[in-house]
Design a protein around this ligand. Structure first.
Ligand code: PGA
Length: 250
């Protein structure tokens, strides 16, 4: 099966006021001048999604969100649904990021319910998995991340557009990254876990690496076997840095 087109997705987390729209505009403009080999997305805070979608309209830059509630509507103060995010112009959504798992107690079952909700609204989910430092030190990395795949990917994803993101918790925002061999070991195991979970359809989705991806390490990470792109936090906030990572994908 042909390798899926790489995906470079920025995760702005809880950063960005109105002025940040200009960073997205710069990324979109650069992609118009020189199209990228990868698909490129920015997953912004909900408050910016609609403004970003308008600002980059007509470009190839995909606008996404960072979380959804599993229900289409209801008395869930403070939450937004997949339908609302899509209505605001998002095409993609990050789900079960480790910050959601650790700070808000999101389980694999919640991740799976949200993935179904994303599909229901026509959003492409990026489902995140990753081990903590304690789990890695205990030699449990593959067991943990493959278990998360099993629990977080519903059958409904088979044949649909989605991505998996491998983000070692200890590498997020720390400047630490696994060795290339450790990344390869995890991604090869995750590919098999996806096939176990979804059958042959598990081969179609890209597996992104995330955790301290920067302009100076992106190229070597992106050429690792079974790495199909990157989920980029801090380095996605400035167009110049993010574009360097986009170009590192070819
Ligand atoms: P980082 O974050 O690139 O700042 O390490 C990645 C992420 O949390 O998605």
């Amino acid at each position: 099966m042909a390798a899926p087109r790489p995906l470079i997705a920025g995760n702005w987390k809880m950063f960005g006021l109105g002025g940040a729209v200009d960073e997205a505009r710069q990324v979109a403009a650069a992609l118009l001048v020189k199209p990228a080999k990868a698909r490129v997305a920015i997953c912004a805070p909900s408050t910016l999604v609609e403004r970003l979608a308008r600002a980059v309209e007509g470009s190839s830059l995909i606008v996404g969100g960072q979380d959804i509630h599993a229900e289409p509507s209801g008395a869930y103060t403070g939450d937004i649904s997949a339908e609302m995010l899509a209505d605001a112009g998002a095409k993609m959504v990050i789900l079960a990021h480790s910050e959601r798992r650790s700070v808000y107690g999101e389980t694999d079952a919640v991740a799976a319910a949200k993935a179904k909700a994303a599909l229901r609204a026509g959003l492409e989910p990026i489902v995140c998995v990753g081990e903590t430092l304690a789990e890695r030190q205990a030699g449990r990395t593959l067991e943990v991340i493959c278990g998360q795949v099993k629990g977080s990917l519903p059958q409904e994803l088979a044949g649909r557009a989605f991505a998996l993101a491998y983000e070692p918790v200890w590498a997020i925002g720390t400047g630490l990254t696994p060795t290339l061999a450790q990344i390869e070991e995890a991604h090869v195991a995750l590919r098999q876990a996806m096939v176990d979970a979804l059958g042959e359809a598990g081969r179609a989705a890209p597996i992104l690496y995330g955790g301290s991806v920067k302009p100076d390490n992106a190229a070597e990470i992106l050429q690792v076997r079974d790495v199909g792109g990157a989920l980029v936090g801090g380095a996605s906030l400035k167009a110049e840095d993010f574009l360097k990572i986009v170009r590192a994908a070819g």
